[in-house]
Write a protein that binds this ligand. Structure first.
Ligand SMILES: Nc1ncnc2c1ncn2[C@@H]1O[C@H](COP(=O)(O)OP(=O)(O)OP(=O)(O)O)[C@@H](O)[C@H]1O
Length: 331
Protein backbone atom coordinates (compact mmCIF):
# COMPACT_ATOMS: atom_id res chain seq x y z
CA UNK A 1 0.00 0.00 0.00
CA UNK A 2 1.34 3.44 -0.85
CA UNK A 3 1.73 6.04 1.84
CA UNK A 4 -1.33 8.04 0.82
CA UNK A 5 -3.45 4.86 0.43
CA UNK A 6 -2.47 3.84 3.96
CA UNK A 7 -3.32 7.27 5.34
CA UNK A 8 -6.70 7.22 3.58
CA UNK A 9 -7.62 3.81 4.99
CA UNK A 10 -6.57 4.84 8.50
CA UNK A 11 -8.63 8.04 8.21
CA UNK A 12 -11.62 6.04 6.97
CA UNK A 13 -11.25 3.72 9.94
CA UNK A 14 -11.40 6.67 12.34
CA UNK A 15 -15.09 6.97 11.39
CA UNK A 16 -17.16 4.34 13.17
CA UNK A 17 -19.77 2.10 11.57
CA UNK A 18 -22.96 2.92 13.55
CA UNK A 19 -24.06 -0.73 13.40
CA UNK A 20 -20.95 -2.69 14.38
CA UNK A 21 -19.04 0.09 16.17
CA UNK A 22 -15.88 -0.78 14.20
CA UNK A 23 -14.04 1.54 11.83
CA UNK A 24 -15.63 1.75 8.36
CA UNK A 25 -12.65 0.11 6.68
CA UNK A 26 -12.23 -2.69 9.25
CA UNK A 27 -15.95 -3.46 9.34
CA UNK A 28 -15.93 -3.93 5.58
CA UNK A 29 -18.38 -1.07 5.00
CA UNK A 30 -15.96 0.70 2.72
CA UNK A 31 -13.07 -0.63 0.63
CA UNK A 32 -9.83 1.37 0.41
CA UNK A 33 -10.66 4.77 -1.17
CA UNK A 34 -9.42 5.63 -4.66
CA UNK A 35 -7.18 8.66 -5.05
CA UNK A 36 -6.34 10.55 -8.23
CA UNK A 37 -5.49 14.19 -8.96
CA UNK A 38 -6.17 15.26 -5.38
CA UNK A 39 -9.67 13.71 -5.42
CA UNK A 40 -10.63 10.85 -3.11
CA UNK A 41 -13.55 8.62 -4.08
CA UNK A 42 -15.01 6.36 -1.43
CA UNK A 43 -17.90 3.91 -1.67
CA UNK A 44 -19.73 3.09 1.54
CA UNK A 45 -22.21 0.27 2.00
CA UNK A 46 -24.93 1.86 4.15
CA UNK A 47 -27.18 -1.20 4.50
CA UNK A 48 -29.02 -1.06 7.87
CA UNK A 49 -27.88 2.52 8.60
CA UNK A 50 -30.78 4.99 8.83
CA UNK A 51 -30.93 8.27 6.91
CA UNK A 52 -29.84 10.51 9.82
CA UNK A 53 -26.82 8.37 10.60
CA UNK A 54 -25.91 8.10 6.92
CA UNK A 55 -25.66 11.90 6.79
CA UNK A 56 -23.44 11.89 9.87
CA UNK A 57 -21.20 9.16 8.45
CA UNK A 58 -20.85 11.11 5.20
CA UNK A 59 -19.92 14.31 7.02
CA UNK A 60 -17.39 12.51 9.24
CA UNK A 61 -15.79 10.75 6.27
CA UNK A 62 -15.47 14.08 4.46
CA UNK A 63 -13.79 15.68 7.45
CA UNK A 64 -11.43 12.78 8.11
CA UNK A 65 -10.27 12.44 4.51
CA UNK A 66 -9.95 16.18 3.83
CA UNK A 67 -7.59 16.46 6.80
CA UNK A 68 -4.97 14.47 4.84
CA UNK A 69 -2.34 16.51 3.08
CA UNK A 70 -2.79 16.50 -0.69
CA UNK A 71 -6.53 15.78 -0.59
CA UNK A 72 -8.44 18.57 -2.32
CA UNK A 73 -11.86 17.03 -2.69
CA UNK A 74 -13.79 14.03 -1.37
CA UNK A 75 -16.58 12.21 -3.20
CA UNK A 76 -18.70 9.83 -1.18
CA UNK A 77 -21.00 7.31 -2.87
CA UNK A 78 -23.45 5.37 -0.71
CA UNK A 79 -24.86 2.02 -1.75
CA UNK A 80 -27.22 -0.42 -0.09
CA UNK A 81 -26.84 -4.10 -0.83
CA UNK A 82 -30.00 -5.17 0.96
CA UNK A 83 -32.60 -6.54 -1.38
CA UNK A 84 -34.93 -8.52 0.90
CA UNK A 85 -36.19 -7.97 4.42
CA UNK A 86 -34.41 -10.09 6.96
CA UNK A 87 -36.37 -12.10 9.52
CA UNK A 88 -34.82 -12.94 12.86
CA UNK A 89 -36.93 -15.47 14.78
CA UNK A 90 -36.86 -15.62 18.57
CA UNK A 91 -37.95 -19.02 19.80
CA UNK A 92 -38.02 -21.21 22.86
CA UNK A 93 -38.93 -24.78 23.67
CA UNK A 94 -41.39 -23.92 26.37
CA UNK A 95 -43.55 -20.97 27.39
CA UNK A 96 -42.83 -18.44 30.10
CA UNK A 97 -39.05 -18.41 29.70
CA UNK A 98 -38.95 -14.75 28.65
CA UNK A 99 -39.01 -15.02 24.87
CA UNK A 100 -41.39 -12.07 24.44
CA UNK A 101 -39.45 -9.93 26.90
CA UNK A 102 -36.20 -10.65 25.05
CA UNK A 103 -37.78 -10.03 21.61
CA UNK A 104 -39.11 -6.62 22.66
CA UNK A 105 -35.81 -5.55 24.20
CA UNK A 106 -33.74 -6.80 21.27
CA UNK A 107 -35.94 -4.89 18.83
CA UNK A 108 -35.65 -1.70 20.92
CA UNK A 109 -31.91 -2.08 21.31
CA UNK A 110 -31.34 -2.65 17.57
CA UNK A 111 -33.49 0.40 16.75
CA UNK A 112 -31.39 2.47 19.14
CA UNK A 113 -28.33 1.41 17.14
CA UNK A 114 -29.88 2.95 14.03
CA UNK A 115 -31.36 -0.16 12.44
CA UNK A 116 -34.84 -0.07 10.91
CA UNK A 117 -36.58 -2.71 12.94
CA UNK A 118 -40.10 -4.11 13.14
CA UNK A 119 -41.49 -6.52 15.69
CA UNK A 120 -44.00 -9.29 15.00
CA UNK A 121 -45.75 -10.98 17.88
CA UNK A 122 -46.57 -14.39 16.41
CA UNK A 123 -47.34 -15.94 19.76
CA UNK A 124 -50.93 -17.07 19.18
CA UNK A 125 -51.18 -18.55 22.68
CA UNK A 126 -50.22 -15.44 24.60
CA UNK A 127 -49.64 -12.34 22.52
CA UNK A 128 -47.94 -9.85 24.79
CA UNK A 129 -46.02 -7.34 22.64
CA UNK A 130 -48.76 -4.65 22.69
CA UNK A 131 -48.39 -4.56 26.49
CA UNK A 132 -44.59 -4.84 26.51
CA UNK A 133 -44.28 -1.88 24.12
CA UNK A 134 -46.96 0.22 25.77
CA UNK A 135 -49.22 0.01 22.70
CA UNK A 136 -52.25 -1.75 24.11
CA UNK A 137 -55.50 -0.74 22.46
CA UNK A 138 -53.78 0.62 19.33
CA UNK A 139 -55.17 -1.05 16.23
CA UNK A 140 -53.32 -1.44 12.95
CA UNK A 141 -54.95 0.20 9.93
CA UNK A 142 -54.96 -1.28 6.40
CA UNK A 143 -53.76 0.02 3.04
CA UNK A 144 -55.98 0.09 -0.06
CA UNK A 145 -54.39 -3.23 -1.01
CA UNK A 146 -55.63 -4.60 2.33
CA UNK A 147 -52.16 -4.84 3.82
CA UNK A 148 -51.91 -4.21 7.54
CA UNK A 149 -50.06 -1.06 8.56
CA UNK A 150 -47.99 -1.73 11.69
CA UNK A 151 -48.74 0.17 14.87
CA UNK A 152 -46.01 2.69 15.70
CA UNK A 153 -44.57 2.59 19.20
CA UNK A 154 -42.70 5.17 21.26
CA UNK A 155 -39.54 3.15 20.79
CA UNK A 156 -39.03 3.75 17.07
CA UNK A 157 -40.25 0.37 15.97
CA UNK A 158 -43.41 -0.73 14.19
CA UNK A 159 -45.28 -3.66 15.68
CA UNK A 160 -47.96 -6.14 14.67
CA UNK A 161 -49.39 -8.79 16.93
CA UNK A 162 -51.61 -11.83 16.63
CA UNK A 163 -53.46 -10.21 19.53
CA UNK A 164 -54.53 -7.38 17.21
CA UNK A 165 -56.29 -9.84 14.91
CA UNK A 166 -58.70 -11.11 17.57
CA UNK A 167 -60.82 -9.55 20.31
CA UNK A 168 -59.00 -9.01 23.62
CA UNK A 169 -59.26 -11.96 25.96
CA UNK A 170 -60.60 -14.25 23.23
CA UNK A 171 -58.89 -17.60 23.48
CA UNK A 172 -56.97 -18.27 20.32
CA UNK A 173 -57.53 -21.81 19.23
CA UNK A 174 -56.32 -21.53 15.66
CA UNK A 175 -54.88 -24.56 14.04
CA UNK A 176 -52.90 -25.18 10.88
CA UNK A 177 -53.96 -22.98 7.97
CA UNK A 178 -55.59 -20.31 10.16
CA UNK A 179 -52.46 -19.81 12.20
CA UNK A 180 -50.36 -19.82 9.02
CA UNK A 181 -52.61 -17.24 7.32
CA UNK A 182 -52.50 -14.99 10.34
CA UNK A 183 -48.71 -15.14 10.37
CA UNK A 184 -48.73 -14.32 6.64
CA UNK A 185 -50.85 -11.20 7.26
CA UNK A 186 -48.35 -9.99 9.83
CA UNK A 187 -45.23 -10.67 7.75
CA UNK A 188 -46.62 -9.46 4.41
CA UNK A 189 -47.84 -6.22 6.00
CA UNK A 190 -46.84 -2.74 4.85
CA UNK A 191 -43.47 -2.67 6.63
CA UNK A 192 -42.17 0.21 4.52
CA UNK A 193 -38.45 0.75 4.97
CA UNK A 194 -38.11 -1.82 7.76
CA UNK A 195 -35.07 -3.98 7.08
CA UNK A 196 -35.09 -6.37 10.01
CA UNK A 197 -38.17 -8.08 11.42
CA UNK A 198 -37.89 -9.67 14.83
CA UNK A 199 -40.49 -12.43 15.11
CA UNK A 200 -41.52 -13.52 18.59
CA UNK A 201 -42.58 -17.12 17.93
CA UNK A 202 -44.98 -19.12 20.07
CA UNK A 203 -43.24 -21.66 22.31
CA UNK A 204 -42.64 -25.16 20.98
CA UNK A 205 -42.78 -26.57 17.50
CA UNK A 206 -46.33 -26.00 16.23
CA UNK A 207 -48.18 -24.68 13.18
CA UNK A 208 -46.78 -21.16 13.28
CA UNK A 209 -43.21 -22.46 13.33
CA UNK A 210 -43.91 -24.76 10.40
CA UNK A 211 -45.44 -21.97 8.30
CA UNK A 212 -42.57 -19.71 9.25
CA UNK A 213 -39.98 -22.23 8.11
CA UNK A 214 -41.81 -23.26 4.95
CA UNK A 215 -42.98 -19.86 3.71
CA UNK A 216 -40.95 -17.15 5.41
CA UNK A 217 -37.58 -18.66 6.08
CA UNK A 218 -35.81 -16.63 8.77
CA UNK A 219 -32.23 -15.46 8.21
CA UNK A 220 -31.48 -16.84 11.67
CA UNK A 221 -32.96 -17.74 15.02
CA UNK A 222 -32.19 -16.79 18.62
CA UNK A 223 -33.17 -19.43 21.18
CA UNK A 224 -34.09 -18.45 24.73
CA UNK A 225 -34.06 -20.79 27.68
CA UNK A 226 -34.01 -20.68 31.43
CA UNK A 227 -31.02 -22.54 32.83
CA UNK A 228 -32.71 -25.68 34.13
CA UNK A 229 -32.57 -29.02 32.31
CA UNK A 230 -36.28 -29.29 31.53
CA UNK A 231 -36.36 -26.01 29.62
CA UNK A 232 -33.15 -26.93 27.83
CA UNK A 233 -34.51 -30.29 26.67
CA UNK A 234 -37.44 -28.43 25.09
CA UNK A 235 -35.11 -25.80 23.63
CA UNK A 236 -33.19 -28.56 21.86
CA UNK A 237 -36.42 -29.70 20.17
CA UNK A 238 -37.03 -26.18 18.88
CA UNK A 239 -33.42 -26.03 17.66
CA UNK A 240 -33.76 -29.37 15.85
CA UNK A 241 -36.84 -28.21 13.94
CA UNK A 242 -35.04 -25.07 12.81
CA UNK A 243 -31.79 -26.73 11.85
CA UNK A 244 -33.59 -29.45 9.90
CA UNK A 245 -35.04 -26.62 7.83
CA UNK A 246 -31.57 -25.06 7.43
CA UNK A 247 -32.38 -22.01 9.55
CA UNK A 248 -29.07 -20.85 11.08
CA UNK A 249 -29.05 -20.75 14.88
CA UNK A 250 -27.58 -17.36 15.82
CA UNK A 251 -27.11 -18.48 19.40
CA UNK A 252 -28.63 -19.20 22.79
CA UNK A 253 -29.65 -16.75 25.51
CA UNK A 254 -30.03 -17.74 29.14
CA UNK A 255 -32.83 -15.86 30.87
CA UNK A 256 -33.76 -15.66 34.55
CA UNK A 257 -30.32 -16.53 35.82
CA UNK A 258 -28.90 -15.09 39.05
CA UNK A 259 -31.42 -13.39 41.35
CA UNK A 260 -30.10 -10.67 43.63
CA UNK A 261 -32.01 -10.45 46.92
CA UNK A 262 -33.19 -6.82 47.24
CA UNK A 263 -32.85 -7.10 51.06
CA UNK A 264 -29.40 -8.63 51.58
CA UNK A 265 -27.84 -8.45 48.09
CA UNK A 266 -27.04 -12.17 48.06
CA UNK A 267 -27.21 -13.82 44.64
CA UNK A 268 -29.18 -17.05 44.29
CA UNK A 269 -30.02 -19.10 41.23
CA UNK A 270 -33.64 -20.29 41.44
CA UNK A 271 -33.42 -22.02 38.07
CA UNK A 272 -29.73 -22.92 38.28
CA UNK A 273 -27.12 -21.16 36.19
CA UNK A 274 -24.95 -21.80 33.18
CA UNK A 275 -27.19 -24.49 31.67
CA UNK A 276 -27.84 -22.63 28.43
CA UNK A 277 -24.17 -21.72 28.02
CA UNK A 278 -23.18 -25.36 28.50
CA UNK A 279 -25.86 -26.47 26.06
CA UNK A 280 -24.68 -23.91 23.49
CA UNK A 281 -21.12 -25.16 23.84
CA UNK A 282 -22.16 -28.78 23.56
CA UNK A 283 -24.29 -28.11 20.46
CA UNK A 284 -21.64 -25.89 18.88
CA UNK A 285 -23.64 -22.64 18.90
CA UNK A 286 -22.71 -19.20 20.17
CA UNK A 287 -23.79 -18.21 23.65
CA UNK A 288 -25.24 -14.72 23.29
CA UNK A 289 -25.55 -13.83 26.96
CA UNK A 290 -27.29 -14.16 30.27
CA UNK A 291 -30.21 -11.99 31.45
CA UNK A 292 -30.55 -11.81 35.25
CA UNK A 293 -33.81 -12.55 37.04
CA UNK A 294 -34.79 -9.10 38.30
CA UNK A 295 -38.05 -7.91 39.71
CA UNK A 296 -37.53 -4.59 37.90
CA UNK A 297 -37.50 -6.33 34.50
CA UNK A 298 -40.96 -7.74 35.23
CA UNK A 299 -42.40 -4.49 36.57
CA UNK A 300 -40.97 -2.29 33.78
CA UNK A 301 -42.22 -4.80 31.19
CA UNK A 302 -45.70 -4.78 32.72
CA UNK A 303 -45.70 -0.99 32.52
CA UNK A 304 -44.85 -1.09 28.81
CA UNK A 305 -41.36 0.33 29.26
CA UNK A 306 -38.77 -2.09 27.82
CA UNK A 307 -35.66 -1.83 30.03
CA UNK A 308 -33.42 -1.57 26.93
CA UNK A 309 -35.17 1.71 26.05
CA UNK A 310 -34.74 3.36 29.41
CA UNK A 311 -31.44 1.98 30.67
CA UNK A 312 -33.63 0.23 33.22
CA UNK A 313 -33.03 -3.06 35.01
CA UNK A 314 -31.23 -5.62 32.88
CA UNK A 315 -30.62 -3.04 30.11
CA UNK A 316 -26.89 -3.81 29.92
CA UNK A 317 -27.58 -7.51 29.56
CA UNK A 318 -30.19 -6.96 26.82
CA UNK A 319 -27.89 -4.54 25.01
CA UNK A 320 -25.01 -6.99 25.15
CA UNK A 321 -27.14 -9.67 23.48
CA UNK A 322 -28.29 -7.11 20.88
CA UNK A 323 -24.62 -6.26 20.24
CA UNK A 324 -23.85 -9.89 19.44
CA UNK A 325 -26.91 -10.07 17.20
CA UNK A 326 -25.72 -6.94 15.37
CA UNK A 327 -22.31 -8.53 14.84
CA UNK A 328 -23.99 -11.62 13.42
CA UNK A 329 -26.11 -9.50 11.06
CA UNK A 330 -23.06 -7.51 9.96
CA UNK A 331 -21.24 -10.76 9.16
N1 LIG B 1 -35.17 -11.74 33.40
C1 LIG B 1 -36.38 -11.59 33.94
N2 LIG B 1 -36.51 -11.13 35.20
C2 LIG B 1 -37.75 -10.99 35.76
N3 LIG B 1 -38.89 -11.28 35.13
C3 LIG B 1 -38.81 -11.74 33.87
C4 LIG B 1 -37.56 -11.90 33.20
N4 LIG B 1 -37.81 -12.35 31.94
C5 LIG B 1 -39.14 -12.44 31.83
N5 LIG B 1 -39.75 -12.09 32.97
C6 LIG B 1 -41.19 -12.11 33.28
O1 LIG B 1 -41.62 -13.46 33.14
C7 LIG B 1 -42.92 -13.50 32.55
C8 LIG B 1 -42.85 -14.34 31.27
O2 LIG B 1 -42.04 -13.65 30.33
P1 LIG B 1 -42.40 -13.63 28.77
O3 LIG B 1 -43.84 -13.32 28.57
O4 LIG B 1 -41.40 -12.78 28.11
O5 LIG B 1 -42.12 -15.16 28.44
P2 LIG B 1 -42.48 -15.97 27.14
O6 LIG B 1 -41.47 -17.02 27.02
O7 LIG B 1 -42.69 -15.08 25.98
O8 LIG B 1 -43.86 -16.57 27.61
P3 LIG B 1 -45.10 -17.04 26.70
O9 LIG B 1 -44.62 -18.21 25.95
O10 LIG B 1 -46.12 -17.37 27.74
O11 LIG B 1 -45.46 -15.88 25.84
C9 LIG B 1 -43.33 -12.05 32.32
O12 LIG B 1 -44.09 -11.64 33.41
C10 LIG B 1 -42.00 -11.30 32.30
O13 LIG B 1 -42.12 -9.94 32.73
Amino acid sequence: MTDIAKQLSIALDSVLDPVSGQGLFTSGRAPAPRFADGIVTVIIDVTDINADKRALVEADVNLALKAIEGVQDVRVAMTSTRTTRRIIAVGSGKGGVGKSTLSANLAVSLARRGMRVGLIDADIYGPSQPRLLGAEGRKPTATDEKKLVPVQTEYGIGMLSMGQLVKPGQAIAWRGPMAGNALGQLIDADWGETETLIVDLPPGTGDVQLTMIQKYKPAGAVIVSTPQDLALIDARRAINLLTEADVPIIGLVENMAGYQCPECGAISDPFGTGGAEAAAQELGYDFLGRIPLELGIRTASDEGIPPAASGGPGADAFNAVAGKLTDWIAR
